[in-house]
Write a protein that binds this ligand. Sequence first.
Ligand code: GCU
Length: 138
Amino acid sequence: AASAEYEAENATISKGVVESNHAGYSGTGFVNYDNVAGSYVEFTVNSAQAGSARLDFRFANGTGANRPVDVTVNGTTATSNLAFPGTGDWTNWQVATTTVNLKAGANKVRAAATGAEGGPNLDKLTVTTGSGDSTPPT
Ligand code: GCU
């Protein structure tokens, strides 16, 4: 398998802000989704070949309530309401996982909040493909 990491702070953000006030993130920060349904983070994921890919979203949720997101790939829903449950503290980071299909080349992977509280704090996305290579964007 091959893995590539995509920092949320480098992705396209709609209704969210990059912050760094809760320790334990990778890169230079994380995305704090606005507390509104439809807020999203969209990653451009390059895949060497078409096929299934595992998505690991690293996140923190310091509340007691789930902050689900719809995961879409190239505009089509791949996973509805992927759960981002409470992690106990905003500095406690965990991983939410789903598997999607990617096409060869560039893919738009969007994680859009479905609830009124928005998404979690999102640190990064790790994409793992089964047998081939996966190259991060420049
Ligand atoms: C707090 C926390 C933020 C978080 C926000 C939320 O303000 O400091 O990092 O994003 O709650 O509930 O979304």
